[in-house]
Ligand binder design. Structure first.
Ligand code: NDP
Length: 288
């Protein structure tokens, strides 16, 4: 069994971004700049945004965190997004999800200029991704593709089963794995809560991507010997420790390769956000 070490791979990627950002700063006279909008006081969201800001500093970006109370209106938020869209000193904009119920996340996502949409959630970026055109790819699936590439995992002709069809992970993941590209060229099955006989589907997989949000959901009896396991889940176990959607201890005995939680997909996700922001800065300043 090979451990797919996201910490190691992401550190290397961030080193490259840091060099590139220094070069950008020398040419543009300012650092790449990421703005993160955070609404309310959700503990998880606060932690994610703080980590994104910390990583900006690490790679030599400027970062700004704009905070709103939970009762901010959709109109106020959209007005702020439009102001940022028009601000040439800002390269990337993310609005941390989830948003309070009175705000439509689709409206917010579509309000962001797709050229600053470094989360890759705007329909223009998603459409371009599906067409294999240059675009911002959502950070988590993008990180998984780079990890497969880094470890030279052959994907062409393989059967990939993605469990979970969210807009930010499962759904874009299925598109990327099926694209005529390398990595890619998989035969993909996208499964969800309405899938009948999930175990049989997952057992057929050469590559399993688990993005469900339920700890120990994928068990060893669901895994074909030698399969590649990508665990996206971020859950807490009874002791409060971070754990994935895969029963790591038992599945690792069957798998060909597996990502740990923590230290697998999570650090790759942050690195890909930095990579997208770096690209956005270069494109908008005519340096790419
Ligand atoms: P969502 O809750 O948006 O989606 C979960 C998906 O799992 C849904 O498609 C749902 O199906 C499916 N599902 C739920 N129960 C079952 C079941 N019993 N059988 C089959 N499918 C099921 O979650 P996300 O995609 O946002 O996140 C998934 C996990 O990944 C979470 O733990 C999250 O914290 C983590 N995550 C980790 C990231 C990282 O960087 N490591 C980044 C983003 C997320 P249906 O559509 O039918 O409801």
């Amino acid at each position: 069994m090979n451990l797919l070490d996201g910490k190691l791979v992401s550190a290397k990627i961030k080193e490259d971004i840091k060099k590139d950002a220094a070069d950008f700063t020398a040419q543009a006279g300012r650092k790449p700049h990421l703005v993160a909008i955070l609404v309310g006081n959700d503990g998880g969201s606060e932690t994610y945004v703080a980590s994104k800001m910390r990583n900006c500093e690490l790679v030599g970006f400027e970062s700004t965190n704009i905070r709103y109370d939970v009762d901010v209106t959709e109109e106020q938020l959209i007005a702020k997004i439009q102001e940022i869209n028009a601000d040439a000193s800002i390269d990337g904009l993310i609005v941390q999800l989830p948003l309070p119920k009175h705000i439509d996340p689709d409206k917010i996502t579509e309000a962001i200029d797709y050229r600053k949409d470094v989360d890759g959630f705007h329909p223009i970026n998603l459409g371009r991704m599906q067409r294999n055109l240059p675009c911002f790819i959502p950070a988590t699936p993008y990180g998984i593709m780079l990890m497969l590439d880094h470890y030279k995992i052959e994907t062409a002709g393989k059967h990939a089963v993605v469990v979970g069809r969210s807009n930010i992970v499962g759904s874009p993941m299925s598109i990327l794995l099926a694209r005529n590209a390398n990595p890619g060229n998989c035969t993909v099955t996208l499964t969800h809560s309405r899938t009948k006989d999930l175990k049989t589907e997952v057992l057929r997989a050469d590559i399993i991507v688990a993005a469900i949000g339920k700890k120990n959901f994928v068990t060893a009896d669901m895994v074909k010997p030698g399969a590649i396991i990508i665990d996206v889940g971020m859950n807490r176990n009874a002791e409060g420790k971070l754990c994935g959607d895969v029963d790591f201890e038992n599945v690792k005995e069957v798998a060909g390769a597996i990502t740990p939680v923590p230290g697998g997909v999570g650090p790759m996700t942050i690195a890909m956000l930095m990579k997208n922001c770096n690209t956005a800065a270069r494109i908008q300043n005519g340096l790419l």
